[in-house]
Design a protein around this ligand. Structure first.
Ligand code: C5P
Length: 218
């Protein structure tokens, strides 16, 4: 198709959200934070008293999500939930509902609808494998577990939230294991994805690398 797509997948706290957003800004492309949709599905299910393990129930909540995005802000049923969807509890809920095939299916068309001219940078776990398999550039962005836990820890402290490095490390590892080991759309580097390990790298260098790769492709 004519719409250019850059798919960035990777584990939590790898920096893919920030990198994807900055690449989108630099290129004038749209941006999809697919994790936000799973977070919204978990939050909406919770608010409706639907259990996170109830596949049919969460799938119908996901199919009917009343969500509005504007930059980094997001609204659910007319309420701003930009902060609420970023909590660790909702992150855990997101990774539980994301393991249910009917929930993933319910969110597929909504994700593909973000592919608009002139282009899209999409970040998540299965952007290159399932949602945009024909993406012009696929990147697997990762960092060591220690570096990712440290980044998440600093984010929480900066937001004035309580943070415990050991607990964060354990939660990150549990969430990654759930994302990697699930049967449907598991987190894994695709054979046609370029590996970007940001462990010893700052955001600007990671953004520059993605832009270099994109230029080399187009
Ligand atoms: O990226 P983020 O941490 O916001 O994603 C929250 C959870 O949503 C992930 O742990 C993962 O289980 C799920 N997810 C997914 N597929 C995506 C994006 C997120 O399964 N494309």
């Amino acid at each position: 198709s004519l719409v250019s797509i850059i798919a960035i997948d990777g584990p939590s706290a790898s920096g893919k959200g920030t990198v994807a957003q900055r690449v989108a800004e630099r290129l004038g492309f749209h941006y999809l934070d697919s994790g936000a949709l799973y977070r919204l599905a978990a939050l909406a299910a919770g608010r409706r008293g639907v259990d996170w393990d109830d596949e049919t129930g969460v799938a119908s909540v996901a199919a009917a999500l009343d969500a509005v995005f504007a930059g980094e802000r997001v609204w659910l049923d007319g309420d701003e939930v930009s902060t609420a969807i970023r909590s660790e509890a909702i992150g855990v809920g997101a990774s539980r509902v994301a393991a249910l095939p009917a929930v993933r299916a319910a969110l597929l068309a909504r994700q593909r609808a973000f592919a608009q001219m002139p282009g899209l940078v999409a970040d998540g776990r299965d952007m290159g494998s399932v949602v945009f398999p024909h993406a012009g550039l696929k990147i697997f962005l990762t960092a060591s577990a220690a570096v990712r836990a440290e980044r998440r820890y600093r984010q929480l402290i900066a937001r004035g939230e309580p943070a415990d490095l050991a607990a964060i490390t354990a939660e990150l590892e549990a969430r990654d294991a759930r994302d990697r080991d699930r049967a449907v759309a598991p987190l894994q580097q695709q054979p046609d994805a370029l590996l970007l390990d940001s462990s010893g790298m700052d955001i600007d260098s990671a953004v520059a690398q993605v832009l270099d790769w994109w230029q080399a492709r187009s």
